[in-house]
Design a protein around this ligand. Sequence first.
Ligand SMILES: [Zn+2]
Ligand SMILES: [Zn+2]
Length: 151
Amino acid sequence: MIIFGTRPRTKTIDTGTFFCPHCQTTRDYERKEARPYFTLYFIPLFPIGKPSEFIECTICRVTYTPDVLRVKRAPNTASLATHVNNLKTNLEDGMSVEYALRDLTDAGIDRDVALGMIKSAIGDARRKCPMCSLTYAASVTTCREEGAALI
Ligand SMILES: [Zn+2]
Ligand SMILES: [Zn+2]
């Protein structure tokens, strides 16, 4: 009797770190590719069908679709507090609104919430750099990027 069948073979094609929804923290992941193989006497001979990719947490071994890598990191509360506490000072010291916004969103704050925080720190008035288009608090006079006078 000839015994044949299919069996998925997986191989690791990439590794990195991600926010594991199961562990609720940052973990190492392995990006794996699974592909069904035609087997003869349980020996995989050749691939059949399309490969599919998934992400596996190296700690809890829960697997996810690759979309999991787009999940926002859990808020980093230490850097979050620093950014929030220093927001007004940084903006008035000449940090651009765009950079402040990036710091806040990187720390895990929603963009809309971050924009609201910036507004409550420096109000609505902005000056804009004619060279690079970054915007600043109204009290700032020069662009931090290339020193251009703001308009
Ligand atoms: Zn995990
Ligand atoms: Zn500029």
